[in-house]
Design a protein around this ligand. Structure first.
Ligand SMILES: Nc1nc2c(ncn2[C@@H]2O[C@H](COP(=O)(O)OP(=O)(O)OP(=O)(O)O)[C@@H](O)[C@H]2O)c(=O)[nH]1
Ligand SMILES: [Mg+2]
Length: 390
């Protein structure tokens, strides 16, 4: 298959400055008008889009709402949220917040019900999705430059090898079609492109010493990225380099050597690629914990796919727990932020974004939206809320 990441010089210059927000499909106002009009004109028709507000049609009336009145609608709303991949317990909490706002109210028009539900839900979601701590990578890189040290980011995440649980035929298929990773290396390369566009020199540390082809994949990205930003355009400096020691070696040691190399060569940022691992694989989780402990990255990013349901949230919790347990420190370095990949493949099933931030309290720092270097966006709460209410 032809790589989507072939150098296309048209993209040069598109990623200057902070990462752009995910786009909202259409403005909120348009959507709201359209949806409400549709429902008001055809009161017996549930919205063709399955819009969430139509669920609450039955609550319009002249008496104050009781828990019992709301039960069927809230049950439907819960299912609606779960269908969008929101984890079940979070869906229940969101429904509770809506119930608390509606209870005892007299809502005489559909408008008033829809508005109350929408405002309550938006408020709760904004609260969940707004980071408690802002991650400003470019600013922090410049801060590190002043301290004459590289800024260090490590990328980690789960790779599920389904075939282990399955049978021989699946095993054979696995070798024919490599099981797709969550996107650690690819999104590392996109972030690398963004950093170079902002005039940062980058060292990629090839610390996935496990999966065949991992180092070569990074070398190809390095070549493409240097072709897009050749030394001639950057005062003779090579913008990306790869630090690699092949396969089978200790990842923590390679990362350490890479960081030393970066410091000595005045490279601005080190991006550490690591092997995908199962959160319950103790030796691999211990190895990752060691890598983090001895190298003290500025930012530990968990890379996760957007197309996941409850079990992925569970993975993330266990991943964090393993990092904490194996660090034997009272103040362990766990995940600082999330890269949510393959957002372009999920249509409106945006629940993972909500669940992952809710569970960890950590921000979604990047959203991967495709297979070119420019397919990297910042999370836009409005876009997520919009998709969830469809
Ligand atoms: N559509 C889409 N595909 C993506 C995105 N990010 C990564 N991919 C694709 O997902 C596949 C796996 O990406 P990798 O970067 O190799 O994943 P990984 O996590 O490093 O995998 P392992 O190293 O095997 O654990 C590749 O085919 C990527 O092109 C994205 O945002 N959108
Ligand atoms: Mg990889």
């Amino acid at each position: 298959m032809k790589s989507h990441f072939t150098p296309d010089t048209e993209i040069v210059g598109q990623m200057k400055g902070v990462i752009k927000d995910l786009e909202v499909e259409s403005s909120d106002e348009d959507y709201e008008d359209e949806e409400e009009e549709e429902i008001q004109q055809k009161p017996n028709k549930t919205s063709s889009k399955g819009g969430m507000f139509s669920i609450f049609k039955g609550l319009v009336g002249s008496k104050s709402l009781t828990e019992n009145d709301m039960k069927p609608a809230l049950e439907k709303m819960k299912d609606h949220l779960i269908a969008k991949n929101v984890a079940a317990d979070i869906a229940i909490k969101l429904c509770d917040s809506v119930a608390a706002k509606l209870e005892g109210k007299v809502l005489g028009t559909f408008d008033s019900v829809a508005t109350t539900v929408k405002n309550t839900l938006t408020e709760s979601l904004v609260q969940i999705l707004s980071p408690k701590r802002r991650v400003d990578i470019l600013r922090d890189c410049m801060e590190a430059q002043k301290q004459n040290r590289p800024y260090i980011m490590s990328f980690c995440g789960v790779t599920i090898l389904y075939f282990i649980h399955l049978h021989y035929i699946t095993l054979k298929l696995f070798f024919l079609f490599k099981v797709n990773g969550v996107g650690k290396s690819t999104n590392l390369a996109k972030i690398c492109f963004w950093l170079i566009e902002n005039n940062m020199r980058v060292l990629i540390a090839a610390c996935d010493t496990f999966r065949a082809g991992a180092v070569e994949q990074l070398r190809t990205h390095m070549k493409h990225l240097n072709a897009l930003h050749p030394p001639e355009k950057h005062g003779g400096r090579q913008m990306v380099q790869l630090y690699e020691k092949g396969y089978g070696k200790d990842a923590a040691g390679i990362a350490m050597e890479a960081i030393k190399f970066a410091r000595d060569s005045k490279i601005d940022v080190v991006l550490i690629d690591t092997a995908g691992r199962m959160q319950d694989n103790e030796p691999l989780m211990r190895a990752l914990t060691k890598l983090i402990k001895v190298n003290e990255p500025d930012l530990v990013l968990f890379v996760g796919e957007a197309l996941v349901g409850n079990e992925a949230v569970d993975q993330l919790v266990k991943f964090n727990q393993a990092l904490a347990d194996y660090s034997s420190s009272s103040n362990p370095h766990i995940i600082d932020g999330i890269v949510l990949t393959k957002f372009d493949t999920i249509d409106d099933k945006v629940g993972a974004a909500i669940s992952m931030t809710y569970i960890t309290g950590q921000p979604i720092v990047f959203v991967g939206t495709g297979q070119t270097y420019t397919d990297l966006k910042a999370l836009n709460t409005k876009a997520v809320v919009h998709a969830l209410m469809k």
